[in-house]
Design a protein around this ligand. Structure first.
Ligand code: NAP
Ligand code: ZN
Length: 404
């Protein structure tokens, strides 16, 4: 047996692992281009498939936060050259999500630094691995909040990769499936992604306006569909920011009667222009009495701590409130707010690849896209401050041509 293993290692300088007679074997070799992993799938000693993975990397300009307290600044990362099922994407645009701020400032805990945020990515395919069948050079594609998952659990098999039992691989602030290679997001000029974790951007949506659909879009579309919003339902969207303004557009496109609940009275005109039928400024506490039991559905997109009970009381009997905003601090819940009118409180997390594609196609069909303010990358710290003040109409999008 030893002779067999030695034989298959001949010619592979640096071979460090033995290959079993049946199954997948890996061994490494060094060339001038870097370290490569060769995998052979064998059945009874016969090589059925040979795949060579390159570990060569591509130096890539990016913007990173080095710690929770530091502003974003220029940084260089390494992207892997495409493995057989990988696609190399030149990034054109990347949206700026409030989750980028939460994570870059470690507001949820456990952040990994240095961090290159960005999970609303639009780009162009510039290279594909040897086994890629879904994409070709020149395709315009999207990458959202995750770039891999365990692919075997019930959630993955159901196309709900965001709920992967083994944990999805976040586009940034996470680790690859090896558990040690950090992932870096879209505040960079290119990214290498597995072909199964990318989206097709339908023609007709301006690319900078498509970027926010990859997170803000799917995060609001998915709960409206999943929890069964119906035409004519009275839906309230709480918080008119990046997510909220997409919630208004989807609610309107799905035929619901949409009301915006906002703590910024100055957003009334915008809300109506975006497709809302009504607007309520929440600064006046009387509105919580005047509008009690009014809505069938509430989509709560607020990024800061607020009183869930006050909003639950605005639900009709059997109404549902879905949380998508993720405030830093927990908020108490009073049981009667749910019990007295058999209300439901739920949460929702982005959406799977299949549903994200469905949402993008829905947008192309219904003329839905994000309202954006395009910025150069050097304005990113200012953009974070403006977002915190609610001073964005309604999503910042970075033009990556500004990063060299
Ligand atoms: P954003 O653009 O900053 O919008 C948040 C909105 O919340 C603001 O525009 C504001 O709307 C409202 N708001 C902010 N501070 C408030 C306060 N102190 N009191 C009441 N309302 C306040 O943020 P975003 O990108 O839409 O993200 C919103 C939240 O969703 C974040 O927590 C983010 O992490 C989370 N998120 C969740 C998912 C998911 O899968 N569940 C995905 C992406 C993002 P008004 O001015 O109209 O009141
Ligand atoms: Zn996001």
């Amino acid at each position: 047996m030893r002779a067999f293993f030695t034989a298959i290692c001949i010619g592979l300088e640096g071979c460090d692992r033995m290959t079993p007679n049946t199954g997948l074997g890996n061994f490494e070799r060094k060339t001038k281009l870097g370290v490569h992993t060769q995998s052979e799938f064998r059945i009874e000693g016969v090589v059925m498939d040979t795949v060579v993975e390159s570990k060569a990397t591509l130096k890539t300009p990016a913007y990173a936060a080095k710690s929770a307290k530091s502003p974003l600044a220029p940084f260089t990362i390494e992207r892997r050259t495409p493995r057989p099922h990988d696609v190399l994407i030149d990034i054109l645009y990347c949206g700026v999500c409030h989750s980028d701020i939460h994570q870059a400032r470690d507001e949820w805990g456990g952040s990994i630094f240095p961090m290159v945020p960005g999970h609303e990515i639009i780009g162009k395919v510039v290279d594909v691995g040897t086994h890629v069948s879904k994409w070709k050079k020149g395709d315009i594609v999207g990458v959202g909040c995750f770039v891999d998952s365990d692919r075997t659990c019930d959630a993955c098999r159901a196309g709900e990769e965001q709920l992967c039992e083994g944990g999805m691989t976040l586009t940034y602030n996470g680790y690859e499936r090896d558990g040690k290679t950090p992932t870096y997001g879209g505040y960079s000029t290119r990214i290498t992604v597995d072909e199964n974790y990318m989206l097709r951007i339908p023609k007709g949506i301006p690319l900078e306006r498509a970027a926010p659909l990859l997170c803000a879009g799917i995060t609001t579309y998915s709960p409206l569909k999943h929890f069964g919003l119906k035409p004519g339902n009275k839906v309230a969207v709480v918080g008119l920011g990046g997510l909220g303004h997409m919630g208004v557009k989807f609610g309107h496109a799905l035929g619901a009667h949409v009301t915006v609940l906002s703590h910024s009275p100055g957003k009334r005109r915008d809300a109506l222009k975006l497709g809302a039928d009504d607007f309520i400024a929440t600064k006046d506490e009387d509105i919580f009495i005047e509008n009690a039991a009014r809505f069938d559905f509430i989509l709560d997109t607020v990024s800061a701590k607020h009183d869930y009970n006050a909003y639950l009381n605005l639900l009709h009997y059997d109404g549902i409130m879905v949380l998508v905003g993720v405030p830093e601090e927990p908020s108490p819940l009073s049981a009667p707010s749910l019990i007295m009118k058999r209300r439901t409180l739920a949460g929702s997390l982005i959406g799977g690849i299949r549903e994200t594609q469905e949402m993008l196609d829905f947008c192309a069909q219904h003329g839905v896209a994000a309202d954006v303010e395009v910025i150069s990358i050097d304005k990113i710290n200012e953009a974070y401050e403006r977002m915190l003040k609610g001073d964005v109409r309604y999503r910042f999008v970075i033009d990556l041509a500004s990063l060299k």
